[in-house]
Design a protein around this ligand. Structure first.
Ligand code: SF4
Length: 406
């Protein structure tokens, strides 16, 4: 099975490829469903090809288009001709004629936003020229087998990890209602309002203005927040059901999150192919360390699990500090800082193919300011180098333990 990872921008793309993805999906800044997430226009097509090598890149065009948007797309698509796009992901059938006109030989994948849940729809989309169906998250595993048997010539892709919508595969106005026009989940700007920390109050009709607060566990009230999806222990079931590609959600999440989750699923898929490494179990278990809400297996087995809301706030055991760039000479490596740190913290060093290492003797230096004992979030984009007792190499990820975690 193909391992397909999210790439919200070029930095994230490099990481998920290095940490084991076979393919990545990415948007264009102007037409992505996740329009806040950046796009492939950050680089020219040649540079993007070098980063990809033999791996595949799928272009997400799965927003909903108004007549003016369609005209803009018709103007913009020819500018993208040289980009290394293996397939377009779309949910709006109005785009088909434009893609056939400008990219007649590029494959088309039906987005999960189109809510394809059965073999009848899959066949219709296949007849329209789609080579792959990204099934709606609502399809149970035993029903995937039925679809597989009915459309043997179509590829099937499913989400296996990450946030789940409380609404029906993203068709939701909650974010627009809570955060205002322009922040709608249907047009790519969801603020994930279903996961905000709500307070629930009772107001008795005869006592207006007197509110009685209703707390759930630990003061956290989550009425709308779905559990996260996690299918790492069921990949063989998906393979047996005829799934061709397993997809990780999270284009808006950090490069750290994307790398950790991609690495875990790489280890699990390799294990399925009989390749077991000394660090396989550790990499799979590291899913517990990536920021997440309570896990579930979504709609694959038992819908009841899906209907039980997430009970705790985000599980957050580590903080992303940054990643290693090029060798800077004299034992030091470039460090791209993405989070705050202070002297005395234990660094954890993660790599795509090895166990996690720890270091307490690290020295971080800023090019003009010298040795740094503390960096605040506002200054994280400066140029830093690091010296460590542990061997370092380009692309390694550094993190620290969050206070109170073990
Ligand atoms: S607010 Fe929640 S349920 Fe609605 S689209 Fe966003 S993530 Fe999905």
């Amino acid at each position: 099975m193909e391992l397909l990872a999210p790439a919200g921008n070029v930095e994230k793309l490099k990481f998920v490829l290095q940490y084991g993805a076979d393919a990545a999906y990415m948007g264009f800044s102007s037409f992505s469903l996740r329009s806040q997430a950046g796009g492939m226009e950050e680089l020219d097509p040649g540079e993007l090809k070098k980063i990809l090598g033999p791996k595949k890149l799928y272009a997400a065009l799965n927003s909903y288009f108004l007549p003016d948007d369609l005209k803009r797309l018709d103007d913009e698509l020819p500018k993208l001709q040289d980009y290394p796009i293996s397939a377009f992901i779309l949910s709006d059938m109005g785009l088909l004629p434009l893609l056939k006109k400008h990219f007649p030989h590029t494959e088309r994948h039906l987005s999960t936003q189109a809510n394809c849940l059965n073999q009848g729809s899959a066949r219709v989309y296949g007849d329209l020229g789609f080579s792959r169906i990204i099934l709606g998250r609502e399809v149970p595993l035993d029903q995937i087998r039925i679809i597989r048997d009915a459309v043997p010539d179509l590829e099937l892709e499913v989400f296996v990890h990450g946030a789940m919508c409380w609404a029906y595969s993203g068709r939701c106005y909650l974010s627009r209602g809570m955060a205002g026009a322009g922040r709608s989940g249907n047009t790519g700007d969801c603020t994930q309002s279903c996961r905000w920390d709500y307070k629930l109050y009772l107001e008795e009709a005869q006592r207006p203005g007197e509110f009685y607060e209703v707390d759930e566990e630990d003061g956290h009230t989550s009425l709308l927040s779905s559990r996260d999806l996690k299918m790492i222990d069921h990949l063989r079931d998906l393979q047996d059901a005829g799934v061709d590609s397993v997809k990780i959600e999270g284009r808006q999440k950090s490069a750290y999150y994307g790398s950790l989750v991609t690495r875990a699923y790489r280890a699990a898929l390799d294990e399925l192919d009989g390749k077991v490494y000394p660090w396989t179990e550790e990499h799979k278990m590291a899913l517990e360390e990536a920021p997440h809400r309570d896990f579930s297996s979504g709609f694959f087995f038992d819908k009841e699990m899906m209907e039980t809301p997430n009970e705790k706030d985000l599980h957050l055991s580590h903080a992303f500090l940054g990643y290693i760039g090029d060798y800077a000479g004299e034992g030091e490596w470039e460090l791209m800082v993405r989070g705050p740190f202070r002297a005395g913290q234990t660094l954890e060093i993660l790599s795509p193919d090895g166990p996690t290492k720890q270091d307490t003797t690290w020295v971080i230096r800023e090019r003009t300011l010298g040795i740094q004992t503390e960096v605040n979030p506002g200054a994280v984009r400066r140029t830093y180098t690091i010296k460590s007792a542990q061997p370092l190499s380009k692309g390694m990820i550094l993190r620290t333990l969050k206070a109170g975690s073990i």
